[in-house]
Design a protein around this ligand. Structure first.
Ligand SMILES: C[S@@+](CC[C@H](N)C(=O)[O-])C[C@H]1O[C@@H](n2cnc3c(N)ncnc32)[C@H](O)[C@@H]1O
Length: 250
């Protein structure tokens, strides 16, 4: 698991991603899909520091968040005092009551690195959805991301939040020993002080990117019917967003 979501890095994540991600647009995008499918109860997996939570609550939605980093949940709770957050793992969780919709946001699917991780996640989602419930999630498209990392050995992202400037230098290695289009992601996080870079953290994690065909097959095997596939550019990477409905097994 990345250091990015633990301890002091959770606050740095929160600061930087508010530059990278337009959370108002993100909320509008997901909410449109939820309304199209008449979903009223919502679980957001990978709720992180609660930036979408804030918007769901402002709209009086029946919302809960789930994340497995205590540090991310602590920040999310600080911002959203009335929200419900579950500390849990998307690969194995049980809600008190099933919901109409489950979202996995912000490319949190990248941390499902084995086929078993993915199958367990869809199995848990299936069990926690009501009849006709929908799952909505994004994932990084392997067909575009892998060539991009080959052509760009160092990828720089800059962020500015509350008068502080940050830089992240990322390197993705498609180590041939890794299965399933996993990548080793090394990132250095810096703050800029008096025009100089000062290191904040070195981060290392293993992530996975997917082809659309793989995802279609995982959904089929876990009894979901795809309703919609959206090709979507995000702050840095090309992703797909999939909306799928739980099929009733007879
Ligand atoms: C890239 S962040 C996205 C956060 C938020 N959705 C956003 O857009 O800002 C990924 C989040 O997924 C969470 N996460 C990773 N693996 C998880 C798992 N197996 N179960 C639950 N949460 C997980 C991390 O703790 C982190 O908060």
């Amino acid at each position: 698991m990345a250091n990015l979501y633990e301890g002091k890095m959770a606050a740095i994540y929160d600061a930087m991603y508010q530059t990278f991600v337009n959370y108002d647009e993100e909320y509008l995008f997901y909410n449109t899909l939820l309304q199209e499918n008449k979903c009223s109860s919502i679980l957001e997996i990978g709720s992180g520091t609660g930036n979408l939570t804030k918007r769901f609550l402002a709209d009086n939605q029946n919302y809960q968040g789930l994340d497995y980093s205590e540090s991310m949940i602590a920040i999310a709770k600080e911002k959203n005092k009335n929200a419900t957050f579950i500390s849990g793992d998307m690969r194995d969780f049980k809600l008190a009551n099933p919901v109409d919709s489950i979202l996995i946001t912000g490319r949190s699917t990248s941390y499902l690195i084995t086929n078993d991780d993915i199958n367990r996640t869809f199995e848990s989602i299936y069990k926690n959805l009501k009849e006709n419930g929908v799952v909505i999630f994004d994932f990084i498209d392997a067909n575009r991301f892998i060539p991009f990392t080959k052509e760009n050995p160092v990828i720089i992202h800059e962020a500015q939040f509350e008068n502080t400037n940050y830089i992240r230098e990322s390197h993705w290695d498609t180590n041939n020993l890794l299965e399933n289009f996993m990548l080793e992601w090394t990132a250095q996080y810096y703050i800029i002080k008096n025009g100089e870079k000062e290191i904040l953290e070195n981060d290392f994690s293993t992530v996975r990117v997917f082809t659309l065909n793989e995802i279609q097959l995982f959904l089929y095997l876990n009894n979901f019917e795809i309703l919609k596939t959206i090709d979507r550019e995000t702050y840095a990477y090309d992703t797909y967003v999939v909306v799928a409905r739980k099929k009733i097994i007879v």
